[in-house]
Each structure stands twice: as structure tokens, then as C-alpha cells.
Design a protein around this ligand. Structure first.
Ligand code: ADP
Ligand code: MG
Length: 253
């Protein structure tokens, strides 16, 4: 069965204010999609709404994932279905170590593995992401630097192997080396079994990530989609020319 994400006419409000105003978006299985757009266009709102965060109220539209009505499911059930969100601002969980967190998360998803296999896999993934061994026993995100938090998120991705990963501004606050490590980590994991939706307002990470499709969100709607060249155009000219044309087109319809 196809683990494709199909968002149609999605509308959502936050604290009574409409932020998503009819989002149409399809992410095919095994592809890397980028969702770009200026600050405040609704990118994080879309990510939280898709994950089922209680603060975000869906007021219209449909979302199908793997042929199921995603909006009818709890956040927990969405995660079990293979949905994963990397937060823009990951929270610390003092008292919970990275090892225990990952074991519990795998168990919750019915993907528990023998201790030795788990630890071997963890070591291999940590080495690939250049994460120090000491992180195993550190409390998750507690006192981590910006770059360490993002690597830790990619480590979760590597261990949990979701079918669709949404990375919200995984690039923000990263230096060039950390950015490359994170991007390479995602590229290594992406494949026929995992789709990726990378959210960013900054095209730099896309030099390393090579998206199949780029979408631009503006004022709660996807106003245009294209190939990797769209990200290059944004890098060169900014959002203004694209949004100007999109707004004019929308006005003409
Ligand atoms: P982006 O991620 O594209 O920068 P956001 O989705 O964070 O945009 O925000 C879109 C709009 O929704 C902004 O105007 C923001 O102020 C508003 N918004 C987002 N989350 C909340 C919230 N929890 N409470 C109130 N307003 C919010
Ligand atoms: Mg955001």
C-alpha cells in the first residue's frame, strides 16, 4: 500500500485565527519534498496540524496517509502509522536518557528489538551522525546545543524509521558542518520506504538535500510547486518575484 500523503483544501485555526486557508499538497512515497515560504506563512502550523497537536483546530479539508483518514486518528495513532515530526524547537526531557527514550518509542510502535541488536544499531547510527557516545546516557535535549539537538532528532529518525518524516526548520541555528552532517543523515535514510517533507525558509540545506519537489507556502496556501530549480530561484531572487506572480495569478482566477 502506498504511504503517500495527500492533503486537500486543509484549513486550520490557532486560537480562533485562521492560519491554513486551503492547503493542497501531495508527498509521494520515497520522495524528498521541500516546503518553503517566508516567516509566518504557516509552515510550522501545517506540521503541527498534520501531527494532530491539540492547539491546532482543523476547520476544513481532508488528509489521507497510506489510504487512511489521518484527521480521524489521534496523534499517537498517526505516529504508529509511520508519521514523524522533527520539531523546530525540540524540548528537553530531564530524567529521560536518549537510550531509554528510543527504546520506549520503538516499543510503543511495536518495533522492539533485542537489547544487543538495539545497542549495535544505536552505536552505528550515532557514529554516522558524529554524535558522541556520551549522549546515550544524557537526558534528551537537556543542555544540548542547537546542532546537538538537531543531530539527536535525526538519530531518532534513523532508529524509528518512519514512513514519512516532517523536518521543521532542521537547518535553523546550524553551522555549515552540522548542516552537512544533518543533511547527509537525511539523504542516507531517505529511500523508497521513507518520504521526507523538509520545511525551511532558507534554501541552503537544499543544496545538500536535493529535493524532488519544492512547494512554496504563502499566507496559508501552497501558491506554487516546482523542481529543485525553484529553490535556486528563491536563493537568487528571494520570495518576492514568486509571490508577486502567484498573487497575481490567484487574483485572476
Ligand atoms: P512559519 O512556520 O511559516 O514561520 P507559523 O506556522 O509558525 O509560520 O505561523 C503562522 C502564523 O500563525 C503566524 O502569524 C503566527 O503568529 C501564528 N501562530 C502560529 N502558532 C500560533 C499559536 N500557537 N498561537 C497564536 N498564533 C500562532
Ligand atoms: Mg516555523
Amino acid at each position: 500500500m502506498s504511504a503517500e500523503l495527500d492533503v486537500r483544501g486543509l484549513r486550520a485555526t490557532v486560537e480562533g485565527k485562521e492560519i491554513l486557508k486551503g492547503v493542497d499538497l501531495r508527498v509521494q512515497q520515497g520522495q524528498i519534498h521541500a516546503l518553503m515560504g517566508p516567516n509566518g506563512s504557516g509552515k510550522s502550523t501545517l506540521a503541527y496540524t498534520l501531527m494532530g497537536h491539540p492547539k491546532y483546530q482543523v476547520t476544513g479539508g481532508d488528509v489521507a496517509f497510506d489510504g487512511q483518514d489521518l484527521l480521524a486518528l489521534t496523534a499517537d495513532a498517526r505516529a504508529k502509522l509511520g508519521f514523524f515530526l522533527c520539531f523546530q524547537y525540540p524540548t528537553a526531557i530531564p530524567g529521560v536518557t536518549t537510550v531509554n527514550f528510543l527504546r520506549a518509542a520503538l516499543r510503543a510502535q511495536g518495533k522492539e528489538m533485542p537489547a544487543r541488536e538495539f545497542l549495535n544499531k544505536l552505536s552505528a547510527e550515532m557514529a554516522a551522525l558524529r554524535i558522541d557516545e556520551s549522549f546515550r546516557s544524557r537526558y534528551i535535549n537537556d543542555g544540548f546545543s542547537g546542532g546537538e539537538k538537531k543531530r539527536s532528532e535525526i538519530l531518532q529518525l534513523a532508529m524509528l524509521r518512519p514512513r514519512l518524516a516532517i523536518l521543521d526548520e532542521t537547518d535553523s541555528g546550524l553551522d555549515v558542518d552540522a548542516l552537512r552532517t544533518v543533511a547527509e543523515g537525511v539523504m542516507r535514510l531517505a529511500g523508497p520506504d521513507m518520504g521526507v517533507l523538509v520545511i525551511t525558509h532558507y534554501p541552503r540545506i537544499l543544496e545538500h538535500l536535493r529535493p524532488d519537489v519544492v512547494h512554496v507556502l504563502h499566507d496559508g496556501r501552497v501558491v506554487t510547486s516546482g523542481g529543485a530549480d525553484l529553490a535556486q530561484r528563491i536563493e537568487r531572487d528571494g520570495y518576492e518575484p514568486i509571490l508577486g506572480v502567484a498573487a497575481a495569478t490567484a487574483g485572476a482566477v
